[in-house]
Design a protein around this ligand. Structure first.
Ligand code: ZN
Length: 257
C-alpha cells in the first residue's frame, strides 16, 4: 500500500479537530476544558444562546449573499429576517419534537427570541449596514480545515494517537476493508511499531467557519464575524479586537490555505 498523505485523511474526515471554541476554553480554564473536551461532560441540548446565534447567522448569510448583493437593500433585509425567523421556527419544531420540557416557559422564550432577533436585524439593516458597508461581499460561510504544524519537531503535520483517534481510525479501516476495497484492514495500518505500516496517528487540524469575506474599494480583503451579546463592556470595546484570537487564527488558516 502506498503511504497516505494528510489530504487523504482530511478527505476521509479522519482527523483530530480543534475549533476556536476549544482554543478559548483551554485559554480560559484548563479544568473546564478537560471536562468538556476530553471527558465530554456537557449538557446534551443546544443552549439557547447558541440557537439564537445560529439563527442570526442564517439571517446575515442571506443579507450578505454575494449573488443577491445587487438587490434592493430593503429586499435583502426582508429576506434576511425571514431566514432568521424560519431558522428559529425550525429550532422550535425540533424542540417540540425531541424535548419533553417544552412548556409555556420555553414557548415564551422562543417567542421572545424571534422578536428580539427581528428588532436587532431591523436596527442593523436600517442604522448600521448603510454606514458600514463600504465593501462588497466576496464569499459567505467558508469552512476550512488546516493541519497544525508540530511545534516540537517543526514537521508540517502533527499526528495524534489518543484513544479517540485510534478508535476512529480503526473503525474506518474496518469499514474500508468490508466495503469493496481489495485490502484487508491490516494492509492499511498496523499497531505493530516494528511494521513499516505502523499507524502514525490522525492529523491534528484547526477547523472553523468564516462568516464572511469582503473586499473594500482599495482591493483589500476583510474577515467579518457576527457576534451577538447582551452587552459589550467599554473594556471589551477597546481591547477585545486587539486580543481576539479567533480572527487572528482564521487569518492564519487562510494564509496556510
Ligand atoms: Zn486524538
Amino acid at each position: 500500500m502506498e503511504e497516505r498523505d494528510v489530504d487523504w485523511y482530511i478527505e476521509n474526515k479522519l482527523f483530530m479537530e480543534i475549533h476556536n471554541s476549544e482554543r478559548k476554553s483551554f485559554e480560559g480554564c484548563r479544568r473546564r476544558w478537560d471536562w468538556h473536551f476530553r471527558d465530554s461532560l456537557y449538557p446534551p441540548t443546544t443552549i439557547k444562546v447558541f440557537e439564537f446565534g445560529i439563527a442570526y447567522h442564517k439571517g446575515m448569510e442571506v443579507y450578505y449573499n454575494p449573488e443577491t448583493w445587487s438587490f434592493d437593500p430593503e429586499v435583502r433585509a426582508q429576506l434576511s429576517i425571514k431566514a432568521f425567523v424560519d431558522s428559529c421556527e425550525a429550532q422550535r419544531a425540533k424542540a417540540i419534537a425531541s424535548n419533553a420540557f417544552y412548556d409555556a416557559e420555553v414557548e415564551q422564550d422562543y417567542n421572545e427570541r424571534v422578536e428580539l432577533g427581528r428588532g436587532m436585524l431591523s436596527y442593523y439593516f436600517s442604522s448600521v449596514a448603510p454606514k458600514e458597508d463600504n465593501w462588497i461581499p466576496v464569499k459567505a460561510e467558508i469552512a476550512f480545515i488546516v493541519p497544525i504544524k508540530n511545534p516540537e519537531t517543526d514537521e508540517e503535520v502533527m499526528w495524534c494517537k489518543c484513544n479517540t483517534c485510534e478508535e476512529k481510525a480503526f473503525k474506518y479501516l474496518h469499514f474500508l476493508a468490508e466495503n469493496g476495497t481489495d485490502h484487508t484492514a491490516e494492509e492499511y495500518w498496523t499497531l505493530d511499531p516494528n511494521d513499516p505500516l505502523y499507524w502514525k496517528g490522525l492529523p491534528v487540524v484547526y477547523a472553523g467557519r468564516i462568516d464572511l469575506i469582503v473586499q473594500d474599494r482599495f482591493g483589500n480583503y476583510w474577515v467579518l464575524d457576527w457576534k451577538t451579546a447582551k452587552n459589550v463592556t467599554a473594556e471589551e470595546n477597546t481591547e477585545f479586537l486587539d486580543l481576539d484570537g479567533q480572527i487572528a487564527t482564521y487569518v492564519w488558516a487562510l494564509r496556510k490555505l
